[in-house]
Design a protein around this ligand. Structure first.
Ligand SMILES: [Fe+2]
Length: 154
């Protein structure tokens, strides 16, 4: 499929990708919040793990934004626009125990995974193989992250 065809057929994909991009940006900030505010038993390992997660999310959000451009649309690019459409909610800056921090990350990665699956379904309907490839990779990565977060809480 050439770029012009992609642009025409990918409006629904781009809209859901932008919603996903918004959540990734909120998640980037929220993981920093948890990284900074985690306390108690498990501090050292969870502080480090959360840094690993937000570092990874920043790579993902860049790939998603650039894929939106590749299929002929504009990525949302302001905090205001992200907050307007994000379904992941922010939290205040306050002490949080390691287990509670991981439970929050678990809930939010579940939202990211479900949203990635919604993007994938739209990309399949639009026969957009490049987006399917990108999003499939993110789905398997978030599934693995969820497995690890779940293992910590068991
Ligand atoms: Fe840090």
């Amino acid at each position: 499929m050439n770029v012009k065809q992609l642009e025409k057929e990918s409006t629904a994909v781009a809209t859901e990708m932008n919603n996903f991009l918004a959540n990734l940006n909120v998640m980037y900030v929220k993981l920093h919040n948890l990284h900074w505010n985690v306390t108690g038993i498990g501090f050292f390992e969870i502080h480090v793990k959360l840094e690993e997660l937000y570092t990874d999310i920043t790579l993902d959000l860049d790939e998603v934004a650039e894929r939106i451009l590749t299929i002929g649309h504009k990525p949302l690019a302001s905090l205001q626009s992200y907050l307007a459409v994000a379904s992941i909610t922010e939290i205040s800056s306050q002490d949080i125990k390691a287990l509670a921090a991981i439970e929050i990350a678990l809930a939010d990665y579940t939202i990211l995974l479900e949203q990635a699956k919604a993007v994938l379904a739209l990309a399949e309907a639009a026969n957009d193989l490049g987006t399917q490839d990108l999003i499939s990779g993110l789905i398997s990565k978030y599934e693995k992250t969820l497995w690890m977060l779940q293992a910590y809480t068991n």
